[in-house]
Design a protein around this ligand. Structure first.
Ligand code: SF4
Length: 511
């Protein structure tokens, strides 16, 4: 049995009765929606046409929201309905990033994720969903897609139907009859400053449609006349989490590699401060992760009700093990247990790489955000850890009396990290874009509202300044001054980068 929906656009009159019936039936609060009717318009007066597009959860057979949910709060019922259990939800918002259809929102009272659940409580007693009952045109058809005698199965078999974003591989069970391609594709739509009945609050979201190569899209004549959007789920805490994680993992990584290779020796910096930085910054990372939850008091569900398919869960385990090994390294170093310390340093290297890199797999599960699906993300995260770790060690090395030679060695590691970071960033921005969603995001970064921060915060402060200062550190003195400035500039530039990377990645509308 596989329940699904057909929306018959030949019949829809855009009356919003489905939206209001859903709100009433499910007590959906003001400002959030389980279903809504998007309007797009095409053509030039007098030859214009308005398209209606009923939007909601697609009850995907291969639902990325279920995969990413760390506590199994989202699940697929045996009848194919994708339902949720708000008592398990910790409010991490990863499902909102995973859903390519903008179907989920955070309930402003419960502080947990919610969405269309096909009115499962009605289905369980033999009733149809409220939107189906209320539609005056019978434009919404619900039923079992596996039952060949059902109306929905007949429609899907005999009518030309379309689904939204089939390339995402989610196998949606929401089918549209007579849907306009541009009306189903947010990237192909142009947004104006106002909608039919009101102003649009100014934000960073792109206004012009573009193709995958970044050029203006001829299909972009579809103007959005009425729409609903849920706010960006992740903000400054997630950006800062990436930054602190890079510092914590990178400091242990660089110190362990350089110390075990015999390139550095200063006890206070590379044996004591390095694991201390790792412990403190991984702790800060964990605090930021918990603070970003809408239900932070439930963070322990990650351990007690884990979804083994979610990289949010594995990330928590990796950070925990890495933090523990770094702590033991610190204890061994403080106790003068050289052999144990070296073993723990060696153990810390793969764990630091895992801590830095697992986020690529987590963001990869955010299937709705195509910009984050880049295959360059894993090496980019490793490069960031090298930059942040070397920079932190430089600052501590200056303060703790590392020799000029050691500061120069770490400064070279910083330069290597910065060059790697810059090359990968160039490849990300200048390389071929996978689709129009990515092209739009890159345009926001390079020619949109993020351009000043990218130019001055990232390129100038985070790349050019550290490289010049590292060159000065290596070639002339006083080493401690140039090294400290190089490290500070690199850390500041990296934070700016995390901030715009997280924000821009969420700006292209999903619906
Ligand atoms: Fe619904 Fe989105 Fe989950 Fe698909 S991914 S089942 S549309 S919430």
């Amino acid at each position: 049995m596989r329940y699904g929906f057909v929306i018959d656009n030949r019949k829809c009159i855009g009356c919003h009765a489905c939206t209001t019936a859903c709100k009433s039936e499910n007590e959906v609060p003001l400002g959030v929606f389980r279903t809504w009717v998007k309007y797009t318009e095409k053509g030039t007066f007098p030859n214009t046409r308005r398209y209606f597009n009923v939007t909601r959860c697609n009850h995907c057979d291969n639902a990325p929201c279920i995969t990413v949910c760390p506590t199994k709060a989202l699940y697929r019922r045996p009848d194919g309905i994708v339902d949720f259990d708000s008592s398990r939800c910790i409010g991490c918002k990863s499902c909102m990033q995973a859903c390519p259809y903008d179907a989920l929102y955070i309930d402003p009272f419960e502080h947990t994720a919610a969405k269309c659940n096909y009115c499962a409580h009605r289905v369980d007693v033999g009733l149809l969903p409220a939107c189906v009952i209320v539609c005056p045109e019978k434009a919404i058809i619900a039923g079992d897609l596996d039952d060949p005698t059902s109306e929905i199965a007949h429609l899907v078999a005999t009518q030309p139907v379309a689904v939204r974003k089939p390339e995402q591989g989610t196998q949606p069970k929401l089918f549209y009859i007579d849907a306009d391609a541009a009306a189903l594709t947010p990237e192909a739509q142009t947004r104006q400053d106002g909608y039919l009945w009101g102003e649009v609050r100014p934000d960073d979201r792109p206004k012009l449609a573009v193709t995958a190569d970044g050029a203006a899209d001829p299909a972009g004549e579809a103007r959005i006349a009425y729409d609903v959007h849920h706010p960006k789920p992740w903000g400054g805490k997630v950006a800062t989490y990436l930054w602190t994680k890079s510092i914590g993992s990178g400091a242990a990584l660089i110190a362990a590699v350089l110390f075990l290779a015999g390139a550095v020796d200063n006890r206070a910096t590379f044996q004591i401060a390095a694991p201390l930085i790792a412990v403190l910054f991984i702790l800060a990372t964990s605090v930021l992760l918990v603070a970003d939850l809408k239900r932070p008091e439930r963070f322990w569900y990650l351990l007690l009700k884990p979804n083994p398919r979610s990289w949010l869960v594995w990330g928590g385990y990796i950070l925990g093990v890495f933090g523990a090994v770094a702590f033991l390294w610190l204890v061994a170093a403080a106790a003068g247990l050289d052999t144990a310390m070296k073993v723990l340093m060696a153990l810390a290297i793969p764990l630091a790489l895992a801590s830095a890199g697992y986020t690529a797999l987590l963001f990869g599960q955010a299937e709705g955000r195509d910009f984050w699906q880049s295959h360059l993300l894993l090496p980019q995260l490793i490069a960031q850890a090298i930059v942040a770790g070397s920079a932190a060690l430089l600052l501590f090395g200056v303060a703790l009396g590392a020799s000029d030679h050691e500061l120069r060695v770490v400064a070279v590691a910083l330069a290597v990290g910065v060059v790697l970071f810059a090359v990968l960033l160039l490849a990300e921005l200048r390389g071929a874009h996978g689709n129009a969603h990515v092209a739009r995001t890159v345009k926001l970064l390079t020619a949109g509202p993020y351009r000043p921060v990218l130019l001055f915060g990232v390129w100038l402060l985070g790349v050019v300044a550290p490289l010049i200062l590292v060159a000065a550190t290596v070639l002339m003195g006083p080493v401690i001054v140039t090294a400290a400035f190089a490290a500070s500039a690199a850390l500041a530039g990296l934070w700016f980068y995390e901030r715009i990377w997280v924000s821009a990645g969420q700006d292209v509308p999903l619906s």
